[in-house]
Each structure stands twice: as structure tokens, then as C-alpha cells.
Ligand binder design. Structure first.
Ligand code: UD1
Length: 482
């Protein structure tokens, strides 16, 4: 085989694939420390076949967090990196890939186009916290349609339209689904493709993209910063004939990571990480090996969990420059934030949390993906905070659920006013989207008594082994399988 994979790898792949598809997520879950008498026992059967989507998470609040939490590879970089594999016939090797439902879902979507995704299986002495290495080969694209039943489960899968039309001259991709956080249209993505000479038709809920004679470079000016639009433009422009300039490009670190990987594949991209990116198109891209950058949203989420409960935790592999604005906000709350050689150390010692005023914004501003978590934290602050959401309308579904735990939050248009309370009390709550569900976990970690978080499949989309990582630091948390 041209990809040079050994038979050992293939055997492991078969085993790993079977376990991933059966249980949704984990091939080799670590056995964490045994719970103490006052802790909840980890549910041994929590990850068994079939039940993942209806699992619940039970938390008894009040434990401080101490220890080390390893930070996984970024979901929001992994997804576009996997999609970029469609641009080449050669094998793309990605390291530090997180074990997430969204990754498996994208594997299915790519598989439908004819892509092989090989995941290395367990090896002796493996550290379960290490990300996985996956080999992706889009040697033969057999189908350029991405059907509704696959795309509707994950919005980012719509982005396959760009590499498919760039390499194959056509693509038919269902309009996306994903988290229920506002309307989330794709008009900017379509505009970007049109600027590169793609003809677009919309029919029966599908976007049909055609460029029989190939793509040509052009100027794309995004009216609003869009991460997905920037990924789409980068991938399409890499194989276009001529030079493309992308203005008002997203500066999110994941865009830089994808551009780095594309450059390793032979693309000629400069300016990624700034709002003006220039892409000189090339005729073909080749294989490469790339390690996914650490997840800044996972980092910020655990940092807020530690700020919430008090304690002292090293967020291993985290990189402060990926979330400086969020770390600045945490420092304002009175939480100690210390960059170290190994990651970021977060500590808080019984002091009151100071309230903050925060507005979400594109990078390097405060990320919308940490808004719900910050709101949970501020529900225990000593005073009144304001959080304004400017990226997505309707991204406040967590407010009602946080209120069930005793949070006092009032909404006025885009702004939430959070009046800090002395204590939260456990209750049954419902996860409504990825980031909202983890905000409920943060609140529950500090709430008196038991909280049951229902519908945790949202968490599994974006947080790798959340309950293991928190339990290892002393949280009383368990997954209960359906
Ligand atoms: C990505 C992230 C998501 C994050 C978001 C903003 C991934 C997989 N997802 O989502 O976690 O919350 O960036 O940082 O990386 N818009 C339009 N028309 C379009 C495209 C976007 O109006 O064609 C609007 C959106 O409704 C939103 C804003 O632009 O108001 C930003 O959206 P965008 O950056 O595109 O978000 P995603 O790429 O979907």
C-alpha cells in the first residue's frame, strides 16, 4: 500500500474502529483513582454500547479541584483539518486528535465520500490522555454529495463543499444543522466560493457547487468575521488558479493551525492569524503530518471550573496565548493564573470572586464558546456582572437551566445581568448545546447537593473524558449510562 502502514496498524485500526462505532467514543478509557468515601463512584458501565447519547452525569458539588488536567487537541481545528484531507490524493497524518463524537461523525461523513480514516489502536504503555494519531486518505473520492442525514448532525461538515468543488469540480452538500444557537447561515461561505468562480445553485435544501474548469483566485471581503467562511476560503483558494486575498479573515488560532497544515501540504498561504490572508493557488497538494494545537475552549472551561470550586490545578499542554482574553478576565475575578513550562496553573484560595463586565468578540476577544461557562462562574460572584453576546443571537439557553440551580440572571437583548449569589443548590438540569451543557457542569461543581445533567451527548461532542478529567482532580462526578 502506498501509505506505508504496517499490518500491525491495520489490525489495531479494525479493533479501534469497531469499539469507536459501538460505544461512540472511547477505546481505552483510563481507570481513574478510586473514589473516596464521600465521593460518588464512577459508573463502570457508563460507556457501553448504545447508551452514550442518553447518558447522564451526576455531580455532587462542593469539592475543591487539585491536580493536573491534560488538555486535548482542539475540536475546532481537528474538524477543518480532517476536511482538508479531501484536497489531496495523498495521506494526511494528524496527531493529537481528541476522542470526540464530532470527530467520529465527521469520519462517517468523509467515509461517505470514499475517504479512509485509520486510527492507531492501543499500544503497550500508552497514556490514555495522549491524543490519537489518525491517517486520512482521500485517494479516491467516489461521491461528491454530502447528504442531509449526515450533515444535519454537525454544522462544520458543510465545509466539505470547498475541498470537494476545488478538487472534483462539483459538490452537492446539504445545508447544515449543529448546535441550536441562532440561525447560523452559510451565505458568507457561498459568497466566498462564488468569488473564486464557483457556480452555486440551491435546490431542495442542498447547495450545489460547480466549477468544471477549476477555481480562479479572487478577492473575498467578509462583511463579518466568520471562522467557517475563512476555512472555506482557505481550502478552496489553495487549489485555485491564481492569487486570492481574504479580507476581514478570522484570526482564530484554529485558522492559523489549518493554514500551517495546508502549507505543509504544499499550499502557499501567508498572513494567517491576521485579518488579511493571501493565498497563491497551486495545482496540487500532497500529504503531510501535522499535530493539532491544544483546545483553548477546553482550557478556559477547566480554568473556570477551578475558579468556581477553588483549588489548584495545572492545565497541562495549555498555551496561554491561545486564550489571553479569557485568562485576563479570570485574573480580574481574583483567580491566580500562572503560565508554566508545562501549561497554565490556575488557583483560587477561598477568596470571593470579583464580578466582571465582558463582551464576546472574534479572536483575540473573549470567545463566545466560553460565554456560558463564564456566566456559570459569575453566578457565584460577589456582586453583579454583565455579559454581552455579540457573535450568536439566542446563545443564552443555559440561563434558564442555571436558574434551576439558583443563579440570578436577567436577559435584556444581547446582555445578561448576573447577580452573584452565595450558594447554588443542585437540581436536575438539561443540556441544550455543547457549551451550555458544560456551564451546567461548572455550576454543579459548586452547588450544594446533587445535580443530574441530562442529555450529555452534547458534552461528548466537544469534551474528551470530561468526567474522568474532573474526577481525577477530586470532583464528585460520575457518568450514568442509560
Ligand atoms: C465556529 C466554531 C464555533 C464558534 C464560532 C465563533 C467550529 C467548528 N465552530 O463556528 O465553535 O462558536 O466559530 O467563534 O470551528 N455568519 C453568517 N453567515 C455565514 C457564516 C456566519 O451570518 O455564512 C455569522 C454567524 O451566524 C455568526 C457569525 O457569523 O453570527 C460567526 O459565525 P462563524 O464564525 O462562521 O461560526 P462557525 O464557523 O459556524
Amino acid at each position: 500500500m502506498s501509505d506505508g502502514l504496517g499490518s500491525d496498524f491495520r489490525r489495531n485500526f479494525a479493533a479501534e474502529s469497531a469499539s469507536l462505532l459501538d460505544i461512540g467514543l472511547y477505546g481505552n478509557a483510563a481507570a481513574g483513582p478510586q473514589p473516596g468515601p464521600d465521593r460518588v463512584k464512577r459508573a463502570a458501565s457508563g460507556r457501553q454500547a448504545g447508551g452514550a447519547s442518553m447518558d447522564r452525569i451526576r455531580i455532587v458539588g462542593g469539592q475543591r479541584l487539585t491536580g493536573t488536567i491534560p488538555i486535548s487537541g482542539a475540536k475546532n481545528a481537528t474538524l477543518p483539518l480532517m476536511i482538508a484531507s479531501l484536497l489531496t490524493e495523498d495521506t494526511l497524518i494528524l496527531e493529537n486528535v481528541p476522542r470526540l463524537v464530532d470527530v467520529i461523525q465527521l469520519q462517517r461523513i468523509l467515509g461517505n465520500h470514499g475517504v479512509d480514516v485509520l486510527i492507531a489502536g492501543k499500544r503497550p504503555g500508552d497514556d490514555p490522555n495522549q491524543g490519537r494519531t489518525i491517517h486520512i486518505s482521500a485517494k479516491h473520492i467516489v461521491d461528491t454529495t454530502a447528504p442531509y442525514d449526515l450533515v444535519s448532525k454537525m454544522r462544520a461538515s458543510f465545509w466539505v463543499v470547498a475541498p470537494l468543488v476545488a478538487r472534483m469540480g462539483e459538490a452537492k452538500v446539504s445545508m447544515p444543522g449543529g448546535c441550536a444557537i441562532g440561525t447560523r447561515p452559510v451565505d458568507f461561505l457561498i459568497m466566498a466560493l462564488e468569488k473564486l468562480g464557483v457556480e452555486i445553485e440551491i435546490e431542495g435544501g442542498y447547495v450545489i457547487a460547480r466549477a468544471r474548469k477549476g477555481l480562479r483566485g479572487g478577492e473575498i471581503v467578509f462583511p463579518k468575521v466568520t471562522v467557517g467562511g475563512t476555512h472555506t476560503a482557505l481550502m478552496a483558494a489553495s487549489l485555485a488558479n491564481g492569487t486570492t486575498v481574504i479580507e476581514n479573515a478570522a484570526r482564530e488560532p484554529e485558522v492559523g493551525d489549518v493554514a500551517d497544515c495546508l502549507n505543509k501540504m504544499g499550499a502557499k498561504i501567508s498572513g494567517a492569524g491576521t485579518s488579511r490572508i493571501v493565498v497563491e493557488g497551486v495545482a496540487r497538494l500532497h500529504g503531510a503530518r501535522h499535530a493539532v494545537l491544544p483546545d483553548r475552549i477546553e482550557t478556559g472551561t477547566y480554568a473556570m471550573a477551578v475558579a468556581m470550586t477553588g483549588g489548584d490545578v495545572l492545565l497541562q499542554n495549555a498555551r496561554p496565548e491561545l486564550l489571553q482574553s479569557a485568562l485576563d478576565v479570570l485574573a480580574q475575578t481574583g483567580t491566580s493564573v500562572t503560565p508554566t513550562n508545562e501549561g497554565i496553573r490556575i488557583a483560587r484560595n477561598g477568596l470571593e470572586l470579583a464580578p466582571v463586565e465582558v463582551t464576546t468578540a472574534p479572536f483575540p476577544g473573549f470567545p463566545t464558546d466560553l460565554q456560558a461557562q463564564l456566566m456559570a462562574l459569575m453566578s457565584r460572584a460577589d456582586g453583579t456582572s454583565h455579559i454581552t453576546e455579540t457573535i450568536f443571537e439566542n446563545r443564552f439557553m443555559h440561563v434558564q437551566e442555571l436558574a434551576r440551580l439558583g443563579a440570578r440572571i436577567q436577559l435584556d437583548g444581547e446582555t445578561a445581568t448576573i447577580e452573584g449569589v452565595n450558594r447554588l443548590k443542585g437540581a436536575p438540569v438539561m443540556a441544550t448545546d455543547l457549551r451550555a451543557s458544560v456551564s451546567l457542569v461548572i455550576a454543579a461543581l459548586a452547588a450544594e447537593g446533587e445535580t443530574m445533567v441530562n442529555r450529555v451527548y452534547h458534552l461528548d461532542r466537544g469534551f474528551e473524558r470530561l468526567e474522568d478529567k474532573l474526577a481525577r482532580c477530586g470532583a464528585a462526578i460520575e457518568r450514568i449510562s442509560a
